[in-house]
Design a protein around this ligand. Structure first.
Ligand code: RB5
Length: 158
């Protein structure tokens, strides 16, 4: 299952990517927004990210004008590694090396054909593990340190 989310600016591209997911026969759940009325991207980045973090969805695709605001919001949810992409190389490497579990696209930045290519390549790319797993583990460690675990930075007075 793929979690989807967007604000009003990202909605047109999300609708195009829904067509792609349907062509590929991939299941998805759309956490909104569904209308062109102006809304706040953190709401929808959070909803989609929480579905991924809870394990209800394996991956997430989110959209706003630039992809920036909604990716920043998603990345505040523990367990989320969201990459904002406007090129295929970054998309593939974000899977192979960083095990990115969410992809954000800017509807005002990338055209539909490029977005489709990026999403296809991101969905098909596989995490390579090995030394990369160790580094991804280090990212998670930073997150845990700031989740008020005993011994985290708050104890050191940072
Ligand atoms: C909305 O105008 C726009 O700010 C939003 O879609 C996004 O680009 C923010 O990062």
């Amino acid at each position: 299952m793929i979690a989807l989310g967007s604000d009003h600016a990202g909605l047109p591209l999300k609708l195009e990517i829904i067509k792609l997911l349907e062509e590929r026969g991939l299941a998805y759940k759309d956490y909104g927004t569904t209308s062109p009325e102006r809304v706040d991207y953190p709401v929808y980045g959070r909803l989609a990210a929480e579905a991924v973090a809870r394990g209800e969805c394996e991956r997430g695709l989110i959209f706003c004008g630039t992809g920036v605001g909604i990716s920043l919001s998603a990345n505040k949810v523990p367990g989320i590694r969201c990459v904002v992409c406007s090129d295929c190389y970054t998309a593939v490497l974000s899977r192979q090396h960083n095990d990115a579990n969410m992809l954000a696209l800017g509807a005002r930045v990338v055209g539909v054909d490029l977005a489709r290519m990026i999403v296809n390549m991101w969905l098909d790319a596989v995490f390579e593990g090995g030394r990369h797993a160790q580094r991804v583990g280090m990212i998670s460690r930073i997150e845990r340190d700031y989740l008020k675990e005993p011994g985290g930075p708050q104890d050191a007075g940072c």
